[in-house]
Design a protein around this ligand. Sequence first.
Ligand SMILES: *[C@@H]1O[C@H](CO)[C@@H](O)[C@H](O)[C@H]1NC(C)=O
Ligand SMILES: *[C@@H]1O[C@H](CO)[C@@H](O)[C@H](O)[C@H]1NC(C)=O
Length: 262
Amino acid sequence: MENSVNKLVLVVVLQVLLALQLCSTEKFDVKPAFIKTCRFSDADFVACSTESVQGLFDKLVTGIEGLEHVGTIDPMKISKIRILQGDGPVSVNASLSKVVVTGFSNTKVVRNVVSSRDFSWETHIRLPKMRIEGSYHMQGRILVIPLNGHGKCWFEPSDMDIIMKTTTSLYERDNHVFYNVTATKVDYTISGLKLHMGNLFEGVKVLEDSTNQYLNDNWRPVSEALKPIIAKTIEDILLAIMQNIFIQLPAEYFVADLPRSG
Ligand SMILES: *[C@@H]1O[C@H](CO)[C@@H](O)[C@H](O)[C@H]1NC(C)=O
Ligand SMILES: *[C@@H]1O[C@H](CO)[C@@H](O)[C@H](O)[C@H]1NC(C)=O
């Protein structure tokens, strides 16, 4: 018997700008002042590391000198997100292009824990307001609603609480310890969702309005149905950003007593 576990058939292909810049690390040879350094041996390590990650987020909002290719995270621009999912409550072949995400400047880092055993991170962040807008192309259905069309769309989730579990390994380069960010797993909850998809059904306005109304009225099951896709999308975006940052910023700037081999 088939169970109804969602299958992400072919998942999300993201074109987050990610050029692995292995060569340009010397610019962070000295610790930038905005990074708060913590130690596992501190009694208040979790509080310190939470503050340290908050500082990094705050700085990313305006952009970090030397990390220009990471760009600013508010607004965050993504050229294209592709979504292809076969079965379950959502069956769609869709793409979202010229995506602009706003709201990260209000990111609150609630808690960040770094494991002294395997150097994984568990990060809890809260985004009170977020808006995602772009141009979509979509064929498929969400719940029982067939959705076919292309046009502009926006989504506004509120009070997004994200728990991010990130695995890393350590390696050394040029006398520094670095995090090799290998994977991240995201789970989240939201307290509301408003959305609009323009030009659904190729401009049949009555259907478009009633469908948008239905999706907004039923935001909870709609967002539950979309959760695997959204979580995977957030994972891909965050993983690319974190890899980009930590390939350049030495890990010991964040945690001074990480082990070294020699
Ligand atoms: C998804 O849509 C694109 C563009 O309309 C199309 O080229 C592609 O073949 C579709 N893929 C599937 C699996 O239906
Ligand atoms: C980072 O981890 C990946 C996956 O385990 C591995 O293939 C890669 O060689 C590692 N990179 C470094 C610099 O250690």
